[in-house]
Design a protein around this ligand. Structure first.
Ligand code: C2E
Ligand code: MG
Ligand code: MG
Ligand code: MG
Length: 291
């Protein structure tokens, strides 16, 4: 009878939905434990202007797992978007990124810091006070050096609230970047209606820019629109020098990707910056547009 009950129970828990929920719970537990034990940390990836050099860095979260090593956000994405955890993680990321960047500013490296904000944190009633608290705790870091990156999730969940919150961020002096631009269902509406200073063209459009006339045309159009709107535009996922050259040809001067630098530990940033040579001085030519 006990055996039968056991089999029944197994059967019951074997439903795919239960498994998924269980896995999601495991991920949240793992992430919360990491947060409590100081095992969440930030790596930083440089953003450069093609002609000049580093203008800033993006903070990218990592989980230092005792057995599995350094995990990328894809391994705990569910926790980043869990309503309760999103705020705790967001506050940690804001504080940690601003502390690090204030240190760089004090060392004479006036970098801009871009921080990814989850939709659930942005829409949390306490988000603005969390941001204000982080800014107040770092008096040697101007608010204008801080940029928050948002994806289309937040405005999709609650457009009015997202827009009002972003306007208030601008009022504090904090910049707004539209991350993964072009991948959502309402990119142009968000461009039209949300306050933003930066567009980050998603890597899915940049990847085949050399060979695919469609992607080339799309990136060209986004760059032109951004310029007409007076916005800065950053191409993400720039993986080769050829990509960089093509983007330069399209007047997209801000680049981020493996061709420039991989995300790295904060200690590595000053050394990387001091040895950086602008790509235009590395002697490559612009490839012809694809047809
Ligand atoms: P994202 O904000 O679009 O960040 C860019 C991602 O592309 C990063 O992945 C980066 O490592 C990767 N990347 C950079 N250059 C290249 C390239 O040349 N080729 C390719 N294939 N990939 C490149 P990562 O670090 O795994 O982060 C993934 C996503 O996780 C981020 O996408 C962002 O949406 C989210 N994320 C990262 N850090 C945080 C955080 O602190 N808070 C929240 N809420 N989300 C975060
Ligand atoms: Mg980002
Ligand atoms: Mg992105
Ligand atoms: Mg992305």
């Amino acid at each position: 009878a006990a055996k039968a009950a056991g089999r029944d129970r197994y059967h019951w828990f074997d439903w795919p939905m239960d498994k998924l929920q269980e896995e999601a719970m495991e991920v949240r537990k793992m992430t919360e434990t990491a947060l409590d034990r100081g095992r969440l940390l930030l790596h930083y990836q440089p953003v450069v202007e093609l002609d000049n050099g580093p203008v800033g860095v993006e903070a990218l979260i990592r989980l230092d797992h005792p057995e599995r090593g350094l995990l990328p956000p894809a391994a705990f994405a569910g926790a980043l978007d869990a309503p309760r955890l999103a705020r705790r993680i967001g506050c940690f990321v804001l504080d940690s990124a601003l502390t690090q960047t204030q240190t760089w500013h004090r060392q004479g490296l006036p970098l801009r810091i871009a921080v990814n904000i989850s939709a659930y944190h942005l829409l949390d009633p306490d988000f603005l006070s969390d941001l204000q608290t982080a800014l107040d705790a770092h008096p040697d870091l101007p608010a204008s050096a801080v940029e928050i990156e948002i994806t289309e999730t937040a405005p999709l969940l609650n457009f009015t609230r997202a827009r009002e919150t972003l306007l208030a961020c601008n009022q504090l002096g904090v910049r707004i970047a539209l991350d993964d631009f072009g991948t959502g269902s309402a990119s142009l509406t968000y461009l039209q209606k949300l306050p933003a200073q930066t567009i980050k063209i998603d890597q899915s459009f940049v990847r085949d820019i050399i060979n695919d006339p469609k992607d080339y045309a799309i990136v060209s159009g986004v760059v032109t629109s951004a310029r007409l709107l007076g916005l800065e535009v950053i191409a993400e996922g720039v993986e080769t020098a050829e990509h960089a050259a093509m983007l330069g040809h399209l007047q997209c001067h801000c680049l981020q990707g493996y061709a420039i630098a991989r995300p790295m530990a904060p200690e590595a940033i000053p050394g990387w910056i001091s040895q950086y040579k602008p790509l235009v001085h590395q002697g490559f030519s612009t490839p012809p547009p694809p047809r």
